[in-house]
Structure formats: C-alpha cells, structure tokens
Design a protein around this ligand. Structure first.
Ligand SMILES: Cc1cc2nc3c(=O)[nH]c(=O)nc-3n(C[C@H](O)[C@H](O)[C@H](O)COP(=O)(O)O)c2cc1C
Length: 158
C-alpha cells in the first residue's frame, strides 16, 4: 500500500495549515498520508514512505533550521530515498520575500537524495506559496498539489 507523508515546521501556524490541506488532498486522492510536525519525525521514518512532502516557513530566504537538520540526518542512509516522490511548499511574510528560493532549497536537497519532483505548468510552479495565513488561492494551490502528488505516486508505483 503506497504511503505519503507531509512534514512541516511552523511557529505561527501558516505552514501547518498548508500542510494539513495538502495531506487531506493526498488522502482524498487515494494516497494514505500522514501529516507531522518535523519534531515528531526521525530521519529514518522517511524510508517507509513513497511520497515525501516538506513545508517550511521562509527564514531569510531559506528553509528553517529544523527542516535542514532533518535532511542532514538522512546522510546516514544516503541513497536510500532514491526514486521516491518529493514536493515542497513555503509560507513567507512578503511577496518577493524568498518563498520560491526556500522551496528550491528544499527541492535541491530532495534531488540530491534522488527524489522525483514534478513541477506544475498551471499552478504554483515550484510548490504552493502563501503570504501569511493561507487564503482561498493558497488553499486551492495546496489542494491541487496534494492531488498531483498522489496521482504521480500512484502512477509511479503501478
Ligand atoms: C527567523 C525568521 C525569518 C524570516 N525570514 C523571512 C524572509 O526572509 N522573508 C519573508 O517574507 N518572511 C520571513 N519571515 C516570516 C515568516 O516566513 C512568515 O511569518 C511565515 O508565514 C511563518 O510561517 P509559520 O506561521 O508556519 O511559522 C521570517 C520569520 C522568522 C521568524
């Protein structure tokens, strides 16, 4: 049975809200998905999942420290995440505040680990972005991304 996980770091709830919407959409699209704060995840937990989705607030244009630490800890089994599906999302305070560089940083780490990343020609291209609390546009983007991750994961495992 294919499984997904959405992992987030969130101090004030914006990234958490995005994570919950994405995980719900993944579940509704038929991929059994957990949604966990990064402090509840150990690196080797990732080995059990077929799709790994990671969200972080934008901190100085980068992922928050706890998310980076999680990636760094995967070095102990480097290569074993190869071929899984990956995706990223971020919340920032400002337009132009570094949302997309944060997502690209997460995607870079995922690519190094061998994950497969799908862009989006019609939605938020690199991954859902929110400015502050998710509004209706962001909620739709998170739902769309969750559905697409579930569909890609099921297709790859078929
Ligand atoms: C240490 C720190 C650094 C931040 N750096 C940025 C930044 O570079 N650009 C930006 O737009 N917002 C920045 N923010 C704002 C957060 O990205 C924003 O409030 C986000 O929505 C918080 O997500 P959360 O509610 O999930 O914690 C920063 C916040 C903190 C605490």
């Amino acid at each position: 049975m294919p499984k997904g996980i959405v992992i987030y770091y969130s101090r004030t709830g914006n990234t958490k809200e995005m994570a919950e919407i994405i995980a719900k959409a993944m579940n509704e699209a038929g991929l059994q998905t957990d949604c966990k704060s990064v402090d509840k995840v150990k690196a080797d937990d990732l080995l059990a999942y077929d799709a790994i989705v990671v969200g972080s607030p934008t901190y100085y244009g980068h992922m928050a420290g706890p998310i980076k630490e999680l990636f760094d800890e995967t070095v102990s089994f480097h290569g074993k995440l190869d071929g899984k599906v990956g995706a990223a999302f971020s919340s920032a305070a400002n337009i132009g505040g570094g949302n997309e560089t944060t997502i690209m940083g997460i995607i870079e780490a995922m690519l190094i680990a061998g994950l497969t990343i799908q862009g989006d020609p019609k939605g938020d291209h690199y991954g859902p972005v929110s400015i502050g609390k998710p509004d209706d546009r962001v909620r739709q983007q998170c739902e769309r991304r969750g559905r697409r991750i579930a569909e890609l994961t099921k297709k790859m495992l078929a």
